[in-house]
Design a binder for this molecule. Structure first.
Ligand SMILES: *Cc1c(COP(=O)(O)O)cnc(C)c1O
Length: 249
């Protein structure tokens, strides 16, 4: 598949989904997920007009970004998104390379990211934007903070509130919002419900912490981004619908 065509089609579908929800298409950032694809593909995607790129493995981001910058320079205007779950021994890769992290799920990771950033960039110029990843579907295979019963379970709400409050106070991090993943291969109504419940959780969180801005929603991938936009997504993370199937995974 031609990525320029793929990106054009995704943009058209974003615009239609936004319209159905009485939203503006420019409220939705399309993060082009380039995991498994080499740096040349990122450069080609840049030349086709893409500016937001997502990688799920911290080491892959650490390898790819310098290669892309060797081609396009450090001021290309690319915004790098680290979208995958992160182990604490790999926080350095994300702190050094990402502009936005989508998968924060515990305080230890938040502290380590903030410390790396303050060591390297104490002027806060490179503060890392973070989404907290919440597991609303309850699927065991999904990463993220357990929020599958958040409406009824005060402990789950308190844990999220705690992580959000403490993260917002860390000098190297900037609160952005919540991220979630819907289950795969289930009915549309089930997917929609996960996105809707994540949006409600985000509204609840904003009510609890009006002084920090956990306002954005990272949700929706190739197979479900239109539903996510209808339910309020501000960031969608799309790989296959732009670049075609991944060969290596
Ligand atoms: C791979 C990945 C995506 C994109 O998936 P596609 O199905 O290719 O659109 C989105 N988010 C995360 C966290 C991923 O790992």
């Amino acid at each position: 598949m031609d990525m320029k065509e793929g990106f054009g089609e995704v943009r058209d579908r974003v615009a239609l989904a936004a319209k159905r929800a009485s939203r503006q298409p420019n409220e939705v950032t399309i993060v082009a997920v380039t995991k498994t694809w080499p740096a040349e593909i990122v450069v080609a995607a840049y030349n086709a007009g893409m500016r937001h790129f997502g990688e799920n493995r911290a080491e892959e981001l650490d390898e790819k970004r310098p290669l892309v910058e060797a081609e396009l320079g450090p001021k290309s205007g690319i915004h790098w998104h680290a979208i995958g779950a992160l182990q604490s021994r790999k926080t350095k890769f994300v702190a050094e390379n990402a502009d936005t992290f989508h998968a924060l799920d515990r305080l230890k990771i938040a502290n380590r990211l903030s410390n790396h950033i303050m060591e390297n960039e104490p002027d806060q110029e490179k503060a890392l934007r973070v989404f907290i990843e919440v597991n609303v579907s309850g699927e065991a295979s999904k990463a993220g903070l357990d929020c599958n019963q958040w409406e009824d379970d005060e402990t789950q709400r308190e844990k999220l509130l705690n992580l959000a409050r403490t993260t917002a106070e860390l000098p190297g991090l900037v609160p952005v919002g919540l991220m979630t993943m819907a289950p795969w291969q289930v009915e549309e109504s089930v997917i929609r419900r996960v996105f809707e419940r994540t949006r409600r959780l985000s509204e609840w969180l904003q009510g609890q912490l009006p002084e920090s801005e956990w306002t954005q929603l990272s949700m929706g991938m190739s197979d479900d981004f239109e539903i996510a936009i209808e339910e309020g997504a501000t960031h969608i993370r799309v790989g296959r619908a732009i670049f075609g199937p991944r060969i290596l995974e």
